[in-house]
Design a protein around this ligand. Sequence first.
Ligand code: ZN
Ligand code: ZN
Length: 165
Amino acid sequence: MYEKLSFLPEPTPDASGAHYLPFKEAPKARDVVRCAECHKPRVVHSPSKTDREQDALLRRMKEENLYVCGDPMADDSGLVTLRASNCTSDVEIAYYSSGFSKVVPPVCCYCGTEDELLDDNYVYIQDMYTKFSKVRPLCKLCHGNGRVAKTWGKKFIKKRRIWND
Ligand SMILES: [Zn+2]
Ligand SMILES: [Zn+2]
């Protein structure tokens, strides 16, 4: 299955929230470009920290606003985006990885908007946090359209106390 993928599969978060990466020089999330059509942020990966040339390329891409989901990055740029993604793909997991999520704004995991995100005090989100350690941002519109929160790190609630009662 691996050889059919043009890029790494999304890292699978394990119980600790750390990501398992199967390759030695796994590209890490470095920057974000927004799609000119669906406006979702798409993560740009690179094995090493971006250099001046790469930064210039990214700046130009953002200014020109010509990037569309699924576009490959220039072959010799050393940068990659998920080729499999298209405008219907959700925001990729890497956007929410622990280091990267500190440098990018929270966005809805479905539509990529920064606006009208349900906050942690919203009853539905609060309820999710009682069952899961992480809940990805979800906007009012997507929630209203029946989308459910993406979660990970299921909390195991000890039942023994109840049985002992
Ligand atoms: Zn798009
Ligand atoms: Zn949304």
